[in-house]
Design a binder for this molecule. Structure first.
Ligand code: SF4
Length: 229
């Protein structure tokens, strides 16, 4: 299987779009929160160096409970298996904003409030970059196909420990990502994820398992939109 390495302007555009979004919100609401977020996004835009790697793998799902990539790698999540059950292919991906973001957020001269706002803006930026990355992969490898939402270890019923599996499947070191013994990503603003590719008609709901789940959960996905930007 090929690994893909990608760090061009397309995913950087995602950060510019978040910046633009905050600018619009600031104009409309003109409150302190958006003023701070807009300023923070300006900093993020300057120091972020978004990069990504991904890999396409065949996926098989057994009884809607067990998803196995490339006949070898089992994903320990029944929700993931549900999501991938209508797919014949899965994409494993990793995106990061780079190390400079962490250094900027951890600067000793920042006040607690400034640090929190920067952290929030960076979280928004990495989600947007992941959206943009997924969009790019879809346009490159899944033309006329459907795609599911992406799912990450630590989300829903998927144990965080499987960050290790996803990182082992990708050349993450090429984009400066490493994993601690407690499965925390370095740089902090990094996402690893899996999503499925399959028949467009079959995946109209983007494999959203939340619509059939009764748990009280802050991660619930309410809409049917694959991309935020
Ligand atoms: S509502 Fe929460 S627990 Fe249920 S499927 Fe969605 S993310 Fe998972």
């Amino acid at each position: 299987m090929n690994h893909f390495f990608y760090d061009n302007l397309n995913i950087y555009t995602a950060i510019k779009l978040v910046h633009k979004y905050y600018k619009t919100e600031l104009k409309q609401k003109n409150n302190r929160t958006y003023k701070s977020l807009y300023a923070a996004m300006k900093t993020i835009e300057t120091v972020a160096a978004p990069r990504m790697v991904w890999k396409i793998m065949p996926v098989e799902v057994y009884d809607c409970k067990l998803a196995v990539l490339d006949r070898k790698y089992t994903l320990d999540s029944s929700k993931c298996a549900q999501v991938l059950s209508r797919c014949d292919t899965a994409v494993v991906m990793a995106v990061t904003l780079g190390k400079q973001i962490d250094k900027t957020i951890n600067k000793s001269n920042l006040r607690a409030h400034e640090r929190t706002v920067l952290d929030e803006a960076a979280s928004k930026a990495i989600e947007a970059v992941a959206d943009m990355a997924q969009k790019h992969i879809g346009e490159t490898c899944a033309l006329n196909k459907g795609m599911t939402y992406r799912y990450s270890p630590g989300y829903c019923d998927w144990p965080i420990e499987q960050q290790g599996l996803l990182c082992s499947l990708l050349p993450v070191e090429l984009i400066g990502i490493s994993l601690s013994s407690t499965y925390h990503m370095n740089p902090r603003k990094t996402i690893t994820a899996v999503f499925g590719i399959g028949d467009a008609a079959e995946l109209k709901d983007n494999g959203n398992t939340c619509s059939q789940c009764s748990l009280e959960c802050s991660y619930r996905r309410h809409d049917n939109l694959l991309y935020a930007w």
